[in-house]
Design a protein around this ligand. Structure first.
Ligand SMILES: Nc1ncnc2c1ncn2[C@@H]1O[C@H](COP(=O)(O)OP(=O)(O)OP(=O)(O)O)[C@@H](O)[C@H]1O
Ligand SMILES: [Mg+2]
Length: 1018
């Protein structure tokens, strides 16, 4: 379970000075002391962090601590530099606000350490990844490199920064570091040639001599012994707790990580060695004819080695230490240098060489760590600039450093005190003005373009004629005499005339942090920062990759007669840029306090601390904070942040944001004295109210997260369910189809079974019924029982046809040969006459008896037997039509297989016998008459008539058809035919008789050639 913590938990003293009760300088210092003695080195004044230097390592910077402070509210945990770093980083990352961390305090108060803690915290909490880690590593590793070359042991601090540093760390939109840009301010280069007592030169000299391998030292023509080098003070050459040799390895390693190439490192070390060599060059005077002394190099060995290191022609350098060329318009004048001037030139060269190399180092680091993208960046600037300094002897450097601190105090005042008060006024919040000291007046004294100290100094430096530090002081004494923060013995202000603490060659400034006495000696020179042109030209000619870059003005092709800008002017300009830069960013303050002068742990010097508290304006800071409100925020973001705490404002508030905030606070029952409504912001008096809101919000967020989670889960389940349902419907449809198919098949097969049974049963019934209702066996019986069931249609018809065929067969099977012959004859008759002759139907029912006369039994016809040697086929009485009148005479007609015979009925005498082969055709009418004509070329034609015409002609035809040697008899059916009676051809014509004729057929002779047969109508 998460442990809820607060700044107020287990507090030692008070963690936030705003909560201090009662508030006085005494209670303030007591509170700091109490906390300090419990190792609580950090204390807040609202959002400002006070940091006391513990002078020992405390276990409060572990990875666990980083995690503890990560993403936590500023007031949630006990005060820590990590809380400020986290706040700044998150506000940069989440609210897109560029940040700057302003770390101030005097030398040794812990500014550099604090800046490193901020950087390491940000590096620990920002994004991870191969590229990002590389950038972080390079940013962090730039520190040891710059410290080695720019820090030195001073009486106040064993690792005192001797340059100002401002580093912009750049981040992308996600808050991942992209790179950085470092700006450096005024390296204290005088330290290269001379160090105050108890102090030493920059660390790198000692590190190189202690840590380099023998081999390297040999290459650099150096020896390990510090005492061999004039520029290294032996005084405190070794510092307790500082391992120069180990640090040298660290620096080399850091240079490698930052991206220095091996030969770049080598070049830098050669320059460091060259500076040491330069310091060892000494001069002796040599009298010249003109009575002046000219300087000469005493022992040329160091000069030679230095020239070898830098690839400089020895003679050129040697000459530059003895002569100086002054160019004025077109003229070049060479003057000799005396020994003092030679030493001055040497030191100027050493200082310039070193300081330019330091600037090159910064640029080189910048090149490595610069962001590789052009995308918009968020920036966190960390300012670690030298602290306010009051030494015994304060010179130009201290003046510049303190000026810078004045400017920083200004910006602090600008942004916190003044801005705070002005904001209350702006917002219309009731406010009692808090008096505070505004140091703008001191800044004016120093930087004013007309009569500021820096402007005066520049004016002196540029002025023709004799210019000395004293003339400069005179000028100050005139111009600044009336300024309330300027003090000088010889000023026009008489009140300092008797002030013996003010030496004559000094002036004193009442800085915001205290009075500082400056020795004017060296001001003019340091501001001029002159390097004789002969020297810079000699350096430019060096056969060394770095030297050309460091001394571009030595290029003879680019001789510039204009004076370079003065050191003071440059510094003022860069401080101005820095201030403008800081003003665009959201400031975060770390105010470092030094607890004692002894660099000792757990020693709390009350006077020292109270001095710092006073000049840092911390009391005013607390008062402003307390009189005002701990927290403020514009209504819109405030409502946006807390609107979920009230039902009326959540999720949308349609009215003005301010009204929303009012409703919200009312609803939350926040006591009215705890907040005030400004014009555009809500002001919350006590941080506790803020914690309360934050806590409620956190709880609410949890609930909201649960709600979102719930809805999302619901949605996810529902989508899943709908998918399942859809799939289930598909599966079910398929299954139903399958099941129905199965069922259908089952029903179908059952139906078929049932149907087949029913059909079988019906069939049986059908057959039984059919058996009983069978039609007669007569083949001409057309009847057939009705079909009982439709399905039997085919069978029914089939059976009918089978039955019929069978019945016919049965019928046929019962036939004898004779009967068969009879029927064949009938069939023949049908073929010949059916539908052709009207008489035919009447013949169908009559059996063809053939012998109607019983010839054999009748004795009357005995005579005829002779003729009939053949089997008699037909014997009947017929009429032979007489041609003359058309009347008929009865004749016996006999037919055998070979011929037919006409005989007299009474006598039985044969009248004509016609062999059948002679008979060519028979003609009949289509009517219901018995007339027929036979045609025989040999025997002549006959016109005959018989009621049994059909039988007669059928039999005639059959006999013809039966014999193979004859043509079948042709039977012509026509209502008009010719009969050849002997010579005459007579036409027999059949006409329909009228009704008076009755049913009889009459034949009349119409004329010789025509016999008309009248037939009854049908
Ligand atoms: N937070 C800390 N924990 C432990 N020791 C510290 C801490 N801060 C500072 N110190 C100690 O104090 C010494 C001086 O600190 P630092 O170099 O940061 O001072 P500074 O303010 O930068 O001074 P200067 O203005 O001279 O550069 C450090 O070398 C270190 O020994
Ligand atoms: Mg420092």
């Amino acid at each position: 379970m998460e442990v809820k913590t607060s700044l107020l938990d287990n507090m030692i003293g008070v963690g936030d000075m705003v909560l201090l009760e009662p508030l006085s300088e005494e209670t303030f210092i007591d509170n700091l002391q109490k906390r300090f003695s419990h190792n609580e080195i950090y204390t807040y004044i609202g959002s400002v962090v006070i940091s006391m230097n513990p002078y020992r390592s405390l276990p409060i910077y572990t990875a666990d601590k980083v995690e503890e402070y990560r993403n936590r509210n500023f007031y949630e945990l006990s005060p820590h530099i990590y809380a400020l770093s986290d706040e700044a980083y998150r506000s940069l990352r989440d609210q897109d606000k560029d940040q700057c961390i302003l770390i101030t305090g005097e030398s040794g108060a812990g500014k550099t350490e604090a800046s490193k803690l901020v950087m390491s915290y940000v590096a620990a909490v920002c994004g991870k990844g191969h590229e990002v880690n590389k950038v972080k590593e390079q940013l962090l590793q730039s520190n040891p490199v710059l410290e080695a070359f720019g820090n030195a042991k001073t009486v106040r601090n064993d690792n005192s920064s001797r340059f100002g540093k401002y580093m912009d760390i750049e981040f992308d939109f996600k808050g991942d570091p992209l790179g950085g840009v470092i700006s450096n301010y005024l390296l204290e280069k005088s330290r290269v040639v001379k160090q105050p007592r108890g102090e030493r030169n920059f660390h790198i000299f000692y590190q190189l001599l202690s840590g380099a391998s023998e081999d390297m030292l040999k290459k650099l023509k150096l020896g390990r012994d510090f005492s061999k080098y004039n520029y290294l003070s032996l005084d405190s050459a070794t510092v307790n707790g500082l391992d120069d040799a180990a640090n040298f390895r660290t620096v080399r390693n850091a240079m490698q990580i930052v991206g220095f190439l091996e030969d770049e490192v080598q070049s830098v070390l050669e320059l460091v060695a060259a500076v040491l060599k330069l310091g060892n060059i000494e001069f002796k005077p040599e009298s010249r004819a003109n009575g002046f002394d000219e300087s000469r190099v005493k022992d040329k060995n160091d000069l030679k080695e230095m020239c070898e290191l830098l690839g400089i022609e020895q003679l050129v350098l040697e000459r530059a230490f003895s002569f100086r060329t002054v160019e004025a318009k077109m003229e070049k004048v060479s003057t000799t240098l005396n020994v003092a001037q030679a030493y001055y030139a040497r030191d100027a060269l050493a200082k310039n060489l070193y300081s330019r190399m330091f600037s090159w180092l910064v640029n080189r680091i910048n090149e490595s760590i610069k962001a590789k993208t052009k995308a918009r960046k968020k920036v966190m600037g960390v300012l670690d600039i030298y602290g306010f300094e009051i030494f015994e002897d304060n010179s130009f450097e201290q003046f510049i450093i303190n000026y810078c601190n004045e400017k920083l105090q200004q910006i602090f005042i600008e942004l916190t005190l003044r801005e705070e008060q002005e904001e209350y006024v702006r917002e219309g919040i009731e406010w009692t003005n808090i008096e505070y000291f505004n140091n703008a007046i001191i800044c004016e004294l120093i930087e004013n373009n007309q009569n500021g100290i820096l402007a005066m100094l520049d004016e002196e430096c540029l002025r023709p004629g004799t210019v000395t530090d004293e003339t400069f002081l005179d000028k100050l004494n005139t111009v600044c005499a009336e300024h309330q923060h300027f003090e000088s013995r010889l000023s026009k202000n008489s009140k300092f005339l008797t002030d013996h603490s003010l030496p004559h060659n000094c002036f004193r400034i009442q800085h915001y942090a205290g009075k500082v006495l400056y020795q004017v000696e060296g001001f003019v020179d340091k501001n001029n920062d002159l390097l004789y042109r002969d020297l810079s030209q000699a350096m430019y000619k060096a056969n060394h990759s770095l030297m050309k870059l460091l001394f571009p003005e030595g290029n003879p092709a680019k001789v510039n007669l204009k004076r370079p800008p003065t050191a003071g002017f440059q510094f003022k300009a860069s401080v101005g840029t820095l201030m403008r830069n800081l003003q665009t960013k959201n400031p975060n303050y770390i105010r470092c306090i030094k607890p004692n002068d002894k660099k000792a742990a757990q020693v709390f010097s009350e006077s020292l601390v109270s001095h710092q508290v006073r000049y840092l304006g911390l009391m005013e800071n607390v008062r402003v904070r307390r009189a005002g409100y701990a927290f403020r925020q514009a209504y819109e973001p405030c409502l946006e942040r807390y609107k979920m705490l009230c039902k009326q404002t959540w999720p949308h508030w349609k009215d003005l944001a301010r009204k929303g905030v009012e409703v919200l606070l009312k609803d939350l029952k926040v006591p009215e004295e705890e907040f005030s409504y400004g014009r555009s912001k809500i002001f919350i008096r006590n941080p506790r109210t803020l914690f309360f809101l934050e806590e409620r919000r956190r709880q609410c967020l949890e609930d909201l997260a649960t709600l979102i989670q719930k809805i999302y889960r619901g949605w996810k389940r529902r989508t899943h369910f709908l998918l399942l349902k859809k799939s289930q419907v598909v599966v079910a449809a398929w299954y139903r189809r399958y099941a129905q198919q199965q069922k259908y098949q089952k029903i179908k097969s059952s139906t078929i079974v049932v149907q087949s049974f029913i059909r079988g049963w019906k069939m049986q019934k059908y057959f039984f019924d059919l058996k009983n209702t069978m039609p007669s066996m007569s083949p001409i019986d057309k009847s057939w029982p009705a079909r009982p069931f439709l399905f039997l249609e085919g069978t029914h018809q089939q059976l009918r046809s089978i039955f019929h065929l069978w019945r016919c067969k049965q019928y046929r099977d019962q036939f004898t040969e004779e009967k068969k012959a009879i029927y064949e004859e009938k069939l023949e008759a049908s073929k010949l006459f059916k539908d052709k002759k009207a008489l035919y139907p009447s013949s169908v029912g009559q059996p063809f008896k053939g012998d109607y006369l019983d010839i054999n039994k009748n004795p009357k016809y005995q005579k005829l037997n002779i003729v009939m040697d053949e089997k008699l086929l037909l014997a009947d009485v017929i009429n032979k039509v007489n041609r003359a009148n058309g009347k008929g005479a009865s004749r016996i007609f006999l037919l055998t297989k070979k011929n037919f015979v006409l005989a007299d009925q009474k006598t039985g005498q044969v009248k004509a016998s016609i062999p059948l082969p002679d008979l060519s055709s028979v003609s009949v009418s289509s009517h219901n008459d018995g007339f027929f004509g036979t045609a025989s070329a040999a025997k002549g034609d006959f016109l005959l008539s018989s009621d049994r015409l059909i039988e007669i002609i059928t039999k005639l035809h059959r006999t013809g058809a039966a014999s193979s040697d004859r043509e079948p008899l042709s039977v012509d059916i026509s209502d008009e035919f010719l009969v050849q009676f002997k010579q005459d051809k007579v036409c027999v014509k059949f006409v329909q008789g009228g009704p008076k004729n009755g049913n009889s057929v009459t034949c009349k002779r119409k004329n010789n050639r025509l016999l008309e047969v009248s037939v009854p109508p049908p």
